[in-house]
Design a protein around this ligand. Structure first.
Ligand code: SF4
Length: 184
């Protein structure tokens, strides 16, 4: 049986270095948000065109007692914001989302929607693709965040103070939500 020659120390060093360089190049070509949190890597992908968003939004049946809304931990009125998209009212749609969940933009990227709203969509019962709620939510909230749409107006300060004892998203969102009580 032929005995393979043992690689020299230099060969091993060269192979090791090549692997490290390839890994570094891959990391550098990965956008920063994806490096920090793979779930932010564009999940779900944005719609390529406005028409594509409208096609999916128009599939919504606007269910009474919508199971998607019932399964949303923040209770976003999903049929309402989808309906607003179909009528071209993207600002209203973003307002509907942020009114229930001030972190609606981030949640559209990281929520396990297949277990929540999209998992509850009635289309699943018909063995069809559910409404891509997260994509539609991203479609509404992204321009609102990027373009700083003034969706809410601040009212007079209440004089109350807030002190957060945790860094978890619900805790950091709480001051905004509570102040929202004083917003129009
Ligand atoms: S369950 Fe599906 S079809 Fe019904 S309102 Fe929600 S997203 Fe629309």
């Amino acid at each position: 049986m032929a005995v393979l020659p043992r690689p020299s120390a230099r060969d091993l060093w060269q192979t090791n270095r090549t692997i490290k360089l390839q890994a570094h190049a891959h990391q550098q070509s990965t956008p920063l948000p994806r490096r920090i949190c793979p779930q932010l890597s564009g999940h779900p992908p944005p719609f390529e065109t406005r028409e594509a968003a409208l096609v999916d939004a128009n599939r919504c049946l606007y269910c009474y007692d919508a199971p998607c809304t019932k399964s949303c931990p923040t209770g976003i009125d999903i049929p309402k914001f989808i309906k607003q998209i179909t009528t071209g009212n993207i600002k209203g749609s973003a307002h509907t989302i942020f009114q229930s969940n001030i972190m609606g933009g981030g949640c559209s990227r990281v929520c396990p929607v297949e277990k929540l709203c999209e998992g509850a969509c009635v289309y699943n019962l018909m063995e069809e693709d559910p409404i891509p709620i997260a994509r539609l939510q991203r479609y509404s909230t992204e321009p609102a965040i990027r373009q700083h749409w003034p969706l809410f107006q601040r009212k007079e300060p209440t004089g109350k103070k807030w002190r957060s004892s945790a860094q978890a998203p619900p805790a950091s969102a709480a001051p905004t939500c509570w102040r929202g009580q004083a917003w129009t």
